[in-house]
Design a protein around this ligand. Structure first.
Ligand code: PLP
Length: 392
């Protein structure tokens, strides 16, 4: 199998699994127990906390382990909303192309009476600083803008957003699920107050992640019960996954430059090849300011799902900007937010590469993709009707 869907999830690295196995076998103590086994588990969690903290320039006591990106986003946003309400600040600013973990949380807060402003993004997928400035009110409690977009990979002007939030005394949360381990992050330099991370996007297992909360910000507890995670997120810890998460973050950070250089080369080669060899295609998102492994391309006249089915025949796994994950027939809200019409948004393919991909795999895709697109277009009534007009 050739796996080009690393933004959806990643393979657990052997070193990560090896480290985890110890905590699923011999070291099975409960971190809250005083016996030696328990204390060994506790130390392993604290070691992982240090590694995660170091990766974003935070202090270990500012890292809270969670079940992943979705929980971290929910906690940060609902927590900030609750804090804001105490001082009659009930306005939240975000963007139209956030992940659903953010958008649906905001939707639920809207039902509870909060005012939500969703900033539009540019045709390349950037939040505009002037629009952010204009949206701020005295009631604004929180700005939540993602670090990098999961579908089109654009990297947002995080430093400028953080600066504006700090100047206006507004909390700033960023969903950095796609960015950690791939981009340099320093929560202090960028004035970030809360940041969401997910393990399974960086070669750790699914179901583990973290929320960074700047010390001094009194975000309320998310899950009530025991005293775990500084009494903020109760429940016996997922020790093995936390340990694996720490190891995966450590490996990612230690290899960040090497991996990025490698992945970027493969990405650029593939983008060039596709745009040069297949007509009526467009790259979605910025060419420069995008995640190293992200490619998102629209092919006029065909459906993304049919490209995926054909790729699957060759054992190639990728993703599309349209419906399949949400289970609806709507095209991706991200692609619509950058101004694509429904038809073009439906014909989009997302290829997300990691350091585990090889040149041979890229060559295989280069070999099969032009023929797949040609075959699908030959069968497509939309293509045959539109092929002499330019809709991109
Ligand atoms: N935020 C972004 C930007 C994501 O890409 C994802 C996963 O696709 C999430 C949040 C949700 O993370 P998790 O799968 O860990 O809940």
């Amino acid at each position: 199998m050739i796996y080009f869907d690393n933004a959806a999830t990643t393979k657990v690295l052997p070193e990560v699994l090896e480290k985890m196995m110890i905590y699923l076998t011999e070291e099975y103590g409960n971190p809250s127990s005083f016996c030696e086994l328990g204390q060994n588990s506790k130390s392993a969690i604290e070691e992982a906390r240090k590694l995660v903290a170091r990766s974003i320039g935070a202090k270990p006591n500012e890292i809270y382990f969670t079940s992943g990106g979705t929980e971290s986003d929910n906690w940060a946003i609902r927590g900030a909303a609750y804090l804001g309400k105490k001082t009659k600040k009930t306005h939240i600013i975000s963007s139209q192309f956030e992940h659903h973990a953010v958008l649906h949380t905001l939707e639920s807060l809207k039902q509870d009476g909060f005012e939500i402003t969703l900033l539009p993004v540019t045709s390349e997928g950037f939040v505009e600083i002037e629009k952010l400035r204009a949206a701020i009110k005295k009631e604004t409690a929180l700005v939540t803008i993602m670090f990098a977009n999961n579908e089109i990979g654009t990297i947002q002007p995080i430093d400028e957003i953080g600066k504006i939030c700090r100047e206006n005394n507004i909390l700033f949360h960023t969903d950095a699920v796609q960015a950690v381990g791939k981009l340099e992050i320093d929560v202090n330099k960028s004035n970030i107050d809360m940041l969401s991370i997910s393990g399974h996007k960086l070669h750790a297992p699914k179901g583990v992640g973290a929320l960074y909360i700047r010390s001094g910000i009194n975000i309320p507890s998310y899950i009530y019960g025991g005293g775990q995670e500084q009494k903020k997120r109760a429940g016996t810890e997922n020790v093995a996954s936390i340990v694996g998460f720490g190891k995966a973050v450590e490996i990612a950070i230690n290899n960040i430059d090497k991996n990025n250089e490698y992945v970027l080369k493969l990405r650029e080669q593939l983008i060039d090849y596709i745009l040069r060899n297949i007509s009526k295609t467009r790259l979605n998102g910025s060419r420069q300011k995008r995640l190293p492994g992200n490619i998102n391309i629209s092919f006029e006249g065909i459906e993304g799902e049919s490209i995926l089915l054909m790729l699957q025949k060759y054992g190639i796994c990728a993703s599309t900007g349209s419906a399949c994950t949400s289970g609806s027939l709507d095209p991706s809200h991200v692609l619509l937010s950058i101004g694509l019409c429904h038809e073009i948004a439906h014909g989009s393919l997302r290829l997300t590469l990691s350091q585990l991909n090889t040149q041979e795999e890229v060559n295989k895709l280069k070999e099969v993709l032009p023929n797949i697109i040609k075959k699908l277009r030959d069968m497509s009534p939309i293509w045959n009707y539109n092929k002499n007009t330019d809709n991109l």
